[in-house]
Write a protein that binds this ligand. Sequence first.
Ligand code: NI
Length: 184
Amino acid sequence: MAILDILRLGHPSLREPARPVDAGELAAPEMQSLIDDMIETMRAAPGVGLAAPQVGRDLQLFVWEVEAAEPGAPATARAIANPMIEPESGELIYDWEGCLSIPELRGLVPRHPAIRLHGLDRDGTPIDAIVEGFEARIVQHENDHLNGVVFLDRMRDLRSLAFREEWERYLGRTEEPSGKNVVG
Ligand code: NI
């Protein structure tokens, strides 16, 4: 496995829509290796999600990881290709996000608290799941990357934008890469 370079805002690849992955391509060893490398890169960053365009791959593919529901149980990273999301309600909730492609900045972003997620897992098996809460936020953030959208575009009020150090010092926040704030 390998740690991949993460592109930063300003790289044109972060602003272009990614192309779908076909099922045969997904099964290829190169694609399976890419998924493993993306998971390793996400964990090393550290972050809770990573989309293929962030590592310079023009593919509708992302990985994400949340802590296991049971204390002490290992977290399991997941991958999805060709995701489609539908909001489960019209409601939006605000919480802090960051992005591995926009280092050090945090901002309040509105997201749907629950979504229905469709796509293919890394084995090509169809996914059809309801995803809620923090995990729903991660999935919406990563899905945006596949459409050339970053969290700054989703903010309704840029006045909440803060550097991480000031965000901790003045807003009393604590960085929790695998916890409360999305960094992906
Ligand atoms: Ni991001």
